[in-house]
Design a protein around this ligand. Structure first.
Ligand code: ZN
Ligand code: ZN
Length: 407
């Protein structure tokens, strides 16, 4: 089982602590729709890994078996070395993830939130198909595949706690390691902070390769990206930049640009397409966070539905080996559609409400497939009935009928 799963209770505990800090300090760093979008993207990311991790693992294994210059032994020093080397590879993966159109299309998800809290850390991509290439040198150097998977998970777990606004600068620790302060800079859309601080665990790489920027009191961080994603739909958050690149590729008349726009500097567009279809970029001074009106009962409904989705997803990941392939794929499809519908519901879209009713009907009838478990069937029926009754009360259609309520 993925080591990251063992960290989930710790992730939840830290979110609870951050929410308590939010209450005590009277800060306003959380919004329900934003956090649910982040968490839903995290769940989707873990589910998609089930589908596309086989290829990277196979390629790594083949290189390790046939082309490794050494076979490094299983010692503490090799583990420590692997941890450092992995972070070095991560730095370049992350840097190119910001500097190349195609890789940015995958990484943008993590930066699409305009808030910065521990849920932002879990807003991970579902479409990172190429990043494994950056770790293949570790196979050539002879790092055992299982070791690389473990240090990769530890690296990701380390990055969790730095996604908070509640911790200030940490003295000497800032010099060597990634911290909340220097990672806040990384999530900023202020000119001075863009494309800075790529390290995962060690900020040392940024200092060495000229990409470091300190958080400045005179320049408070504005979180998010310059071309806002403006959606609570985690599928669209994943697809938006890919869709933009495909649009540009399709419309440009220059064949060289069609082939190369994917690999050019992030933001580069073929001149003919950029002229014909300009993208509006707001000035930082005019920046307003994307928002939509959610009544308290809509918030309750959305939180409960996210809880249902995440419980089903975690159960699938934990019991994967015992679940037939057709059920695995059905559950993944259910979560994908369910995430889309919840996003649309939170945006106040009418089709989101209709999809939510359809989803509750599916849950209501699903006990037919679980006749062997009376307990599970009862839970499903109760969940669906509760969902429908809150949905009726949630006044979502009322909110939609008043367009001025939603921005
Ligand atoms: Zn980044
Ligand atoms: Zn981050």
């Amino acid at each position: 089982m993925d080591i990251i799963l063992y960290a989930v209770p710790g992730f939840l505990l830290l979110i609870i602590i951050e929410l308590i800090a939010e209450k005590v300090r009277g800060t306003n760093y959380y919004r329900v729709h934003d956090s649910i979008t982040s968490l839903a993207a995290g769940i989707l990311s873990q589910l998609m890994k089930l589908l596309h991790l086989l290829l990277p693992f196979t390629v790594y294994l083949l290189i390790y078996e046939h082309s490794a210059v050494f076979k490094l032994p299983d010692t503490v020093w090799v583990w420590l070395l692997a941890f450092v080397v992995y972070d070095f590879c991560y730095y370049w993966n992350h840097r190119l993830g910001h500097e190349m159109n195609l890789l940015w299309a995958a990484h943008v998800v993590h930066h699409s939130s305009e808030e910065y809290n521990l849920t932002t850390a879990l807003r991970q991509t579902s479409g990172s198909f190429l990043s494994y290439v950056f770790y293949l040198p570790m196979a050539v150097l002879g790092f055992d595949p299982a070791l690389v998977v473990t240090v990769g998970a530890l690296n990701l777990i380390y990055q969790y706690w730095v996604h908070t606004r509640h911790i200030g600068k940490l003295g000497w620790y800032e010099e060597l390691f990634v911290t909340p302060s220097n990672h806040r800079v990384h999530h900023a859309q202020n000119d001075i902070y863009i494309d800075r601080n790529y390290g995962g665990v060690f900020i040392l790489w940024d200092r060495l390769f000229g990409s470091f920027q300190e958080e400045l009191d005179d320049d408070p961080v504005v979180f998010g990206i310059t071309g806002a994603v403006s959606s609570w739909n985690p599928l669209w958050v994943n697809a938006q930049v890919y869709a933009q690149l495909m649009h540009d590729c399709w419309h440009t008349r220059n064949w060289w640009h069609k082939a190369t726009l994917w690999f050019r500097r992030t933001g580069w567009r073929p001149p003919d397409v950029a002229k014909k279809y300009p993208l509006g970029k707001s000035r930082l001074a005019d920046f307003e966070k994307y928002d939509s009106v959610m009544t308290p009962i809509m918030k309750v409904y959305s939180i409960l539905q996210y809880a249902v989705n995440s419980t089903i997803s975690l159960a699938l990941i934990i019991y994967l080996a015992d679940v037939p392939l057709i059920v695995q794929l059905s559950v993944i499809m259910f979560i994908v559609v369910s995430s889309l519908s919840l996003g649309a519901y939170m945006e106040g879209k009418r089709y989101g409400v209709i999809l939510e009713y359809l989803k509750q009907s599916v849950i209501l009838f699903s006990p037919m497939f679980f006749t062997w478990s009376l307990g599970l069937s009862l839970v499903l029926v109760v969940t669906a009935l509760m969902g429908v009754s809150i949905l009726i009360k949630s006044q979502a259609i009322g909110a939609i009928a008043n367009p001025e309520m939603n921005t």
